[in-house]
Design a protein around this ligand. Sequence first.
Ligand code: ADP
Ligand code: MG
Length: 690
Amino acid sequence: MNVPEMFGSMVFNDTVMREMLPKKVYQSLQNTMIEGKALDEDVADIVASAMKEWAVSKGATHFTHWFQPMTGITAEKHDSFLAVDKNGSVIMDFSGKELTKGEPDASSFPSGGLRATFEARGYTAWDPTSYAFIKDDTLCIPTAFCSYTGQILDKKTPLLRSMDAISDEAVRALSLFGKHVKRVNATIGAEQEYFLIDKNDYAKRLDLRLTGRTLIGAPAAKGQEMEDHYFGSIRPRVKAFMADLDEELWKLGITAKTEHNEVAPCQHEMAPIFDNANKATDANQLTMEMMKKVAERHGFACLLHEKPFEGINGSGKHNNWALSTDDGENLLDPGKTPKDNAQFLLFLTAVIKAVDEYQDLLRISVASAGNDHRLGANEAPPAIVSIFVGDELESVIESIIDGKPFKGSSSSHLDIGTSVLPKLSRDNSDRNRTSPFAFTGNKFEFRMPGSSFNIACTNVMLNTAVADALKSFCDELEGADDFNSRLNELIKRELKAHRRILFNGNGYSKEWEAEAEKRGLSNYKRTPDALIHYADEKNLELFRRHRIYTKEEMESRLEISLDEYQKAIHIEAVTMSEILRRQILPAAIRFSSSIASSVQLKESIGVTANADKALCARLSTLCDGLLLRIDELDECVAGTPAETEKAAFYAADEIIPKMEEARKLSDELETVTDKSYWPIPTYSEILFYV
Ligand code: ADP
Ligand code: MG
C-alpha cells in the first residue's frame, strides 16, 4: 500500500488545485482560504468546472452541499451532474452557482423557532476553506447553512466566525510583540473514542438501535477492573476494521494517526494529526460517519454514544486546542527567550481568563442526555470546569501573582519580558487525567466533549471567549508607554483574578466539589441545569460583541438544545417501556410458569421442590414490581408538559428516576432468569464476544 499516494486521493486539495486551476484563479482561491477574503464570482465558475472534471474522472456522478444542521450530524442532498445541452445530448455539468449556493428545503431541520415553516427555504453557501471530497461517488462540497433571511441554522457558520474573531485578536496581540502575521488559526486534534460490538448483538437490542445505549442490563461478571484492555492487544477482527478505517480516512485526506484500545472492553480510540478548527471539525464529522460505515462491513456496529453500557467507562472526545500563526508558530508553546515567554504568558493568561469567565459556556457546549452519564461519574471529568497547568507552570503562576521567587530559580522573582521561564517538562504536565481542561505542554486538552458531539460548538465557545480576553488585553496594552511594565501588571492582575479556575488535584474527588463551590465555580450536573444559562446576559453580550450570534439565534439554539435533550429522554423512556413490557416481562413470566409446572409435577410424585418454589416466588415478586414500574413510567411520560424548558426539567426530575427504578428490577430479574429464556444479549455476551 502506498500511503502517500492514497492519502487525499478523494480530496480536491491543494495539489489538485495547483494542477487543475489557472495560476490566477488558484491564487485568488488561496487568498480566500488563507486570509478569509471573499471569493470573486468569475473564479467560482472556473473552480466548479475543474472540480467537476476532477470528480467525474474519479467516477463521481453526483454532487451535494454537505452541511452541519443543528441535529449535530451532517446532511446532504444529492443532485447529479447530469444536464441536457442545446442539442439535446446529455452532458455532465456543474456551474459556479451550483458550487457556491444551494437551496435545500430547510423546514425539516431544527431551527428553534427561527424559521416559520411557510418560509421553508434555506440556503447553503460554499465554504472554500475546507476541501471538497468524494464519498460514495458524490462530490461533497462543505457548506454553511442559513435561513433565507440570513440567520444561521448550522454549526459551521458560527465556528468560522469564531475563528475570524480569535484570529483578529491574536494578530493584534502578536503585533504588540513586534510580530506581523496575517492569520492565526485555532488548531484542533480531536481524539475520538468509540465502541465496537458484534452486529448481531446490536440487531437484537431495540435500545441500542433506537437510543444508541443499553437501557437495561446487569453488569457482566467481569468489567474493566482488570485493566487489561487499555493499549492491550487488538482482536484480529478489530485490527482489520482499523486498517480499513485508516485507509478510508486517508483517502479522504484525514490524518488518522493512532488507533488503540481504550479502558473499557470493546472500547477503542482514533486520533488524527491536528488541523485548523474548521477542517478538523469537518474531518471529525466524516470520521464518525466512516466509523459506522466501515464497522458494518466488518460485521460490527460502531457505538458513538457517550454511555452505551452502565458500569464501565463511556466515550468522550478530547478536544486538543492551540493557536497557530500562518508561519506555523504555536502560540501556546512557551518558547525559549524572555520575549517568547512573555508572549506565551499573555496567551496563557487569556485562556485562563476565558475559561474562568465562560466556564458555563464550555459546560453548555458539552451538555447532552448522553454526556450526563459521563460527566461527574468516576471516569470522566466532573461537571465542574477547571484548568490543570501542571506543577511547574502553577509555581510560575504563583510566583507571578505573589511576586515571590519560584522553586528552583535563582532570580528573586519572575519579571515577565526579561527573565526566562524554567523549561517545562512535558511529561509533568499531562499527568492529571482527571482534569477537564489540561495544559499539555504546548496545547490545551478539553476532555469534556462527548463522543457523539460535533466539536464545532465547543470550539465556538473556546475561540470566542479567548478572543474576548485577548481583545480586552489589547485594548489595554496598545499605546502603553511602558509596554513591559503594563504587561507585567496586566498578567499579574488577571492571573490573580482568575486563579480560582486553576486546580491541580483530583477532579474526581468529593472534596473538590466542596472546594469548587467555595471558590464560586459552577457545577451544573444535568443538561437543563447548564443549558438555561446559555442566553444569560453576559453570554449574549459576548457573542454580540464578536458578531457570532444574534440574540434570536442564541435563543433558538437554546430551544433546540432543550428540545433535543427532552426528546432523547422521551425516546429512551418509551423504548425502555416497550422492551420491558414486550420482551423482558413475558420472558420472566414464561420462565416462572415453567417452574410452577415443574413444582406441580415434582409434588405429584412426592419429590420436594423447595428451590423451585423459592425461585418461582422471587421471580413473581420481581415481575409484579416490574409491571408496576412500567405502568408508572408510562404514566410519567404521558404527563410531559408541552413547554420545552418545562419538559426538559421534567425529563430530568421525573422520567429519569422512574427509568432507573424500572431498570433496577429488570437487572435483578436478569440475574435470576434462566439464560435460555432471556430475550436479549447480555452485557457479558456483548462485551466479551469472540
Ligand atoms: P497524547 O494525548 O496521546 O499524548 P498527543 O499529545 O501527541 O498525544 O496528541 C493528542 C492529539 O493532540 C493529537 O490529535 C494531536 O494531533 C493533537 N495536537 C498536538 N499538537 C496540537 C496542537 N498544537 N494543536 C491542536 N492539537 C494538537
Ligand atoms: Mg490526549
